[in-house]
Design a protein around this ligand. Structure first.
Ligand code: HEC
Length: 226
């Protein structure tokens, strides 16, 4: 998809660029494209702004990053010119030092693998960790509360910590069904931008590793709305 208005808020108006081979990335090398995804840095030296979750993508393993680049090269070319994003906040000088090498996290039913999936791969924690003016609230990972406005109206990211206001209410089977179908045990359907349509394609054992990780988060109440 290209030309899509991703977010329009007081801080920025962000459009998702054309990342098919017909867009700017078509003339970039694989290394350029990999650096843009994992470090948020374009070949011309400019920084990619939010809501690209570069903080999470910095943890993508070399082999997963290479697979993403290889896949993007196979996407059909679509001609589409996209307006530039406008940032009314100052972007930092960089998202951090260069990332030269990230080792694979061995797949399995471990909290470490669940953390890798819920972070860099499926970026659950991008939406479900509260946002402060200084960035993600790392003291309250997964506590929810971030508000999303769009054509659907308003949705609020749920609390995914093992707190009574969070996932303590759900069994593992409930959670797996919620994550992959967007339907809660009471039959109500979740609103966008929760990405259950994508997570429906995840391997069941990957979903259980994510749940294992969520159950190990520090239990936190959902933050008060500002
Ligand atoms: C782009 C933002 C976004 C991402 C990424 C995301 N979510 Fe969500 N999620 C939401 C929003 C918003 C809601 C609330 C939807 C609603 O209330 O209609 C939600 C709801 C949920 C719920 C429902 C909980 C409840 O108590 O109702 C679960 C479970 C959940 N997400 C888990 C996950 C997991 C696990 C991942 C990663 C595999 C993930 N989410 C990725 C935005 C996101």
């Amino acid at each position: 998809m290209s030309g899509r208005l991703v977010d329009d808020n007081p801080a920025f108006t962000a459009y998702a660029p054309n990342i098919t081979p017909a867009g700017p990335v078509g003339s970039w090398s694989d290394a350029d494209l990999a650096r843009a995804i994992r470090e948020g840095l374009r070949p011309d030296g400019t920084l990619i702004g939010p809501p690209m979750p570069i903080g999470l993508y910095r943890g993508l393993s070399d082999s997963d990053l290479a697979a993403i680049v290889a896949y993007l090269r196979t996407v059909p070319a679509v001609e589409n010119t996209v307006p530039p994003s406008v940032y009314r906040i100052a972007l930092p000088p960089s998202w951090g030092p260069p990332v030269d090498h990230v080792a694979d996290v061995p797949a399995g039913q471990t909290i470490a693998y669940g953390a890798y999936l819920a972070g860099p791969v499926a970026h659950c924690m991008e939406c479900h960790t509260p946002m402060t003016p200084q960035g993600p609230d790392h003291d309250n990972p997964g506590a929810g509360g971030m508000v999303f406005n769009g054509p659907w109206g308003e949705s609020v990211a749920a609390n995914l910590t093992p707190h009574p206001e969070g996932i303590a209410r759900w069994s593992d089977a409930d959670l797996a069904r919620m994550i992959t179908t967007g339907t809660r045990p009471d039959g109500t359907q979740m609103l966008p931008p929760m990405g259950y349509g994508y997570y429906a394609q995840a391997k069941p054992e990957d979903i259980s590793a994510i749940i294992l990780y969520l159950r190990a988060l520090p239990p936190r109440p959902t933050p008060e709305r500002p």
